[in-house]
Structure formats: C-alpha cells, structure tokens
Design a binder for this molecule. Sequence first.
Ligand SMILES: *Cc1c(COP(=O)(O)O)cnc(C)c1O
Length: 354
Amino acid sequence: MYYPKIQIDLKKLEHNVKTIIDLCKKKDIEVAGVTKVFCGHPEIAKAYIDGGVSYLADSRIENLIKLKDYKLPKILLRLPMISEVEKVVEYADISLNSEIETIKELSRASVEKGKIHKIILMVDLGDLREGYFDEYELYKGSEEILKLEGIELLGLGTNLTCYGGVIPSQKNLRRLVEMGKTIEERYNIKLNIISGGNSSSLHLLLKDNKIEGINMLRLGESLVLGLETAYGNRIENTYDDVFQLEVEIIEIKEKPSLPTGEIGRDAFGKVPSFEDKGIRKRMIVAIGKQDVDFDTVILQDAGVTILGGSSDHLILDGTDSEVDYKVGDKLWFKLSYGGILSIMTSEYVKKEII
Ligand SMILES: *Cc1c(COP(=O)(O)O)cnc(C)c1O
C-alpha cells in the first residue's frame, strides 16, 4: 500500500463516455476525447476508446506520444511550437493552428516525412484565447494553406469559455459555420470538420437538442466529471467520482484554533488570519500544496473541514465528524477538474486504476 493515491474507476469513466457520446451521435457530432487532464495515461485513454470516441486529443505532444500505439487519429490541441513541428507531424494526425508561419514549418516537416498533416484552423469568436479574430485574415490564411504541400485543410474550430468565459451559443457558433461555408464556396473545397468547442458547448445539446452545423466537439471535463461546463450543471446518468483521492492521517490532536505567539508570514508568504472556535480535534493528512490546490478537493466526509496547510501537509478539522478517526486511517476526496489535473501530474501520488 502506498499513499496518497488517486483511484481511477475505468468502468465509471467508460459509462460517462458512452452516455455523452450517445447524446452527440444522435446529432451527428463526433467526439474527440481529451486526455490532458490525466496526462495522456494510456490505460485511462482506453476507457475513452471503449466508450466510443472518434479521436484522441491532447494539448501536449508528450501525452500524444504515450498514446501512439492506439489507431485512432490524434489531435494536438495546443497550437504547435515551431520548435516541435517534427514531433507534431510524427505523432499527431491533426493539429489546431492559427499561425501561417507554423503551418509552413509543419508543411516542410510533413513533406520530409512523406506524410499529410491535417489542420483545423482556429477561429476566435470572442473568448480571446487562440484563433483568427479577423475574418479577412482567416480567409487569407486558408488560401495560403491550400497552396502548401503535405498539408490538408481539414476544417475550422473554435474554443470558448477558457479565457474570457464566453459561453457558446447557437449565435456565435453559427458565425463559425458561416465562415466554413464561405471558405468552401470561395475555394471550391469541402471542409470535413467544424469543431464547435469543448465541454462548455454541451449545454446547447442538452437545452436546444442541437448545434446547427457543428460536427465535432472536443471533450475532457464532461467525460471525466459528468459536467457541462458553461453553467456547471450535471449531465444525467453520469458519475462525478471517476477519480477519487485517498490520503492517510499522520497526526490527530486536540489543539486551540488560534496560534500561540506573534503572527508573521506563513510558508507561502501570506499573513494568515484565524477564527477562535476553542479547542478543536485537528488532523493532518499526508498531502500538500505541492500536489494539489486545496480549493479543488472535496471531502467525502461532510463532517470534516479543511483548515489549510503547507507544501506537504493538509490540516483538517475533524471535531464535527461522526467518525472516530485514528492515526493511519484514510480519508477520501472527490476532485474538481483542476484537482484531477494537478494530482495526476504529481509524481508523489500513486495512480491506482480499477
Ligand atoms: C482542453 C481543451 C479542450 C477540452 O476542454 P474540456 O473543457 O475539458 O472539455 C478542448 N479544446 C481545446 C483546444 C482544449 O485546450
């Protein structure tokens, strides 16, 4: 036994994937399963494949390399760095792009390897992360791409609710679809993919039962947590506890709730403040800020609350719990998206797949 550990239930994950793919398939929308939240772990990605995703997608090429033995087409989500184009054409079939300089380098690398690399051009519909904001530049970019060897213009994509918090709507996505049509007519080509965003676009399917003109979504959080992320609502018939964290108690003591002595800065340079609740049963568990932000973990025992902690310690108040915890006992947490991401990235947390 080794703690802390994160337990990943592949049956639950596959169930979530199937539920959401069912929803999308009815509307002819293909799903790219986004693997970045679990660092492209191949065994976990297998649950995506068994659940029926059409593509595997990740923001980092290192993660796509881990997935290289799977046959499904792979998408690099983050705009490629020019310094990594060789790897990109080797390990990704498709990449999201918005810079013609980079696409020219992808073309060169792709020709060298005798490959065809596919491009989804990104359009910024107002969220202000990646993509062409200016329509004229988008058309100019498309025209240039069509002249390049070793490159195929596969379609258009957009990303919303990531930086600016802009919520996908039938209206803003219609602009993307229209731009796609303009490119098809102007250059007499067919665009195979109009990729309408991430888990935040699912609310449109749930509410309006359609997303006109969109035939692909790139989904991560909705698959792992069963959430549509525009408003944070649960998707029916999904699990929110595919990933669970288990940590061990290393100290339990009755202590006052106010520190003794003059208060300076804590380990992270902040001056802390405290509320006097008298003597409390305090517990320390062996996990810390180096592993996870405490705002992203949710205790399964609602009687226990988080007091704070430092890089390697999480301090809890167990006074109100019905459980009589002993040193060495374990506590379970659910995790939000950011929690899963950082716990999966921490080499100190064991990954247990069930
Ligand atoms: C992370 C990411 C996604 C997936 O987002 P979720 O909210 O987890 O569904 C989709 N597209 C891009 C470009 C991303 O970076």
